[in-house]
Design a protein around this ligand. Sequence first.
Ligand code: 4NP
Length: 151
Amino acid sequence: MKTRILMVCLGNICRSPLAEGILKSKIDPEKIYVDSAGTSNYHIDECPDTRSIDIARQNNLDISSQRGRQFSAKDFDEFDKIYVMDMSNYYDVLSLARNEEDKKKVSLILNEIFPGENVEVPDPYHGGADGFKKVYQMLDEACEVIAQKYQ
Ligand code: 4NP
């Protein structure tokens, strides 16, 4: 059975599309399925932010075919593990959990590299390209650990 991993941020156009693309580049798709979603309905069916597409492209990844979608409670049934970017995403996702099993699936993605520290992946939306570069580096490190863990 494939492990199913979902990456979640607010808009599903900046951070989680990068997390999806980066993790996909590190895993065997026969073993792991990766998707992403946003807690908001702001960018449904939209392409990733051009700044995320650009930083991905600079790292030889093409995330341009991804489209935004909104997280829903059904995702707790579809996914084994749900990685969120910040505490706000964490509480939004937990507010839709129906039981303890759902809640246990949710973790801050950077806790994979800084266990228990609750470090957030900052929202780069209102900043410049430098913020996207930092987000990329953080997600790349975390996804390296996640890929090893579930491979
Ligand atoms: P993301 O970034 O959660 O990493 O996709 C954002 C994208 C859009 C908005 C906020 C954050 N927004 O307010 O539209």
